[in-house]
Design a protein around this ligand. Sequence first.
Ligand code: FE2
Length: 299
Amino acid sequence: MAQNSDNLDSIPSFEAPPGGQLTNDMVAAFEASGVIKVENFVALEDCGRLRKRAHELVEAFNPETVRSVFSTTKQTQLNDEYFYDSGDKIRFFFEDNAFDDAGHLRQSKHESLNKIGHAMHDLDPVFDAFSRTQTLAATVESLGYADPGIIQSMYIFKPPGIGGEVTCHQDSTFIYTEPQTCIGFWFALEDATLENGCMQFIPGAHKMPLKKRNYKRPDGTYVIETIDNTPWPLERLVPADAKAGALVIFDGRAPHLSAANRSDKSRHAYTLHVIDKQSHYPADNWLQRSAHLPLRGFE
Ligand code: FE2
């Protein structure tokens, strides 16, 4: 049962509704907090199927072909074409600390990756099937999205020992539309706890303006421009700890972060970002898709 939707001291948490359609209480809590947790949204066997498929993709990936590192603290992905060209591909991004000074992986490749992105939902049949269930389509529709498009997917590893910190941000910084319609669907494929670096949110802070925007300048370089310098009220952070199978739904303007994973347990998760296809998607957004892979919803 949910907490009072005016209570911003915790993340409203619900049991998965039959068929996926959110109740009025759930939608009201989402609008008040900018984030809700839906327990047992995905069957554990489906979580396992996605983890197995990610393992197969990594098994087939040769780390010598790429050394792309993803870090939000150092922003080393800036000007990294391997990253910026990945909107319609399946690509692999390492953790900051994956390599030693000699350039060798410290751990196995399976325990060295930050994420896979950003179009598995369109290019891989197993990810496609997980992403386009009637249940999730009903959830998205109940949030008022009549013409949704799944703009990106990410498989996040948060590996033990080296899984890096993600600093406080809003996803609409990176997935910007006019008006702002980005919404995040984060599936726990393994238990996420404070110890292994679960997400943390500031409930209600999605009503603050968008603070930064990532875009491509006319000269071809990328920038994360600060629009509003007001500090986040980080004293109001609440952990979004989640059992495997839970879904965390969050507004594109909901500020969130996660600490480094210093535990010995991985924290695999899968995320989808959905936009309203009727909104304007600027041509200078970093995330672009070629014409051969048009933006699709849940059809
Ligand atoms: Fe995020």
